[in-house]
Design a protein around this ligand. Sequence first.
Ligand code: FMN
Length: 325
Amino acid sequence: MNNNRKDDHIMFAKAVDVCENDFDYIRFVHHSIPSISLKDVDLSTTFLGHKFKYPFYINAMTGGNKKGNDINIKLAALALHFGLPFFVGSQSLAFENKEAKVSFEKLRINFPDLFIVANINPNFTPEMAVAAVKMLRANALAIHVNSVHELVMEEGDRDFTKWEANIRNILKAVKVPVLIKEVGYGMSEPTLLLLKDIGVKYIDVSGKGGTDFSLIELQRQDKTTSSLLDFGISTIESLLLARNYPNFEVLASGGINSAGSIVKSLALGAKAAGMAKYFLDLCDFPLQTMIKKVDELIIDLQKIFVLLNVKRVSELSIDHLIFDL
Ligand SMILES: Cc1cc2nc3c(=O)[nH]c(=O)nc-3n(C[C@H](O)[C@H](O)[C@H](O)COP(=O)(O)O)c2cc1C
């Protein structure tokens, strides 16, 4: 993998502001006379076989080169402070260069107690997948299925004929929970059907509405238009589709950047909400400021829970939402 490509992604992702998305078309059914106290709100949730204090996580972005490592170290410190799961970005570089591998290994050495999710693409063999988990002593593994992004990239994959078989084989070989994640294009009904058939348990629908890799690639290639611009299924649409598959443990991401969008995702059935761009932007600040901002996010979550008159994540439901779609 091209070392600079990951840095380009960071640069262009930061340059774009998240604009209006489907979350803006959903309102809360609040209670004007709630019966609970803010201090009794319990935000904990269980996913990927682990109980977490808060229902959000730092989604996959980077690692393996200087800039990526600096970002990962900062994000890992933030994740540890709050007990959040930390998803590293693609580990492909670690299979091409020794330094990149060492940097991932060091992340685990420096953060022995962090819940780390390893990250690979579906071209990986089962042996490589096992090695990716081992390098981080990862608690879980995410396989990103980014077919749209690959086709948008000039240097991207064009042959997807082995992806399904690879995922099936990786699931058999890896001992930690394996999550299949999109990268901002969402999951359709046929995708969900296939994942169910394969026996996948954990998914991150990562829908349209936030970071848009089609736009990022357009800017990287200095082009003005692409047929795959504005492509994909929104996070809300994906979550609604995933409700028909109760056996999945569903995570939500794509355009989630506030307490409101986190709670809306949870009310639609997600166990937790992932944020990439939100945390990338926080990295512009010193760690103390990042902590302060996440503290504020947590208080906002508690306030929304009070207004919905719920004490815990499991009490949230679609009935707490009004759709203006
Ligand atoms: C700079 C950047 C790099 C990313 N790299 C990866 C990656 O290596 N692996 C992956 O699974 N997802 C990657 N993603 C996708 C995110 O994990 C997430 O699915 C997507 O950005 C949507 O979330 P957002 O709207 O909160 O950014 C990346 C996102 C960003 C912003």
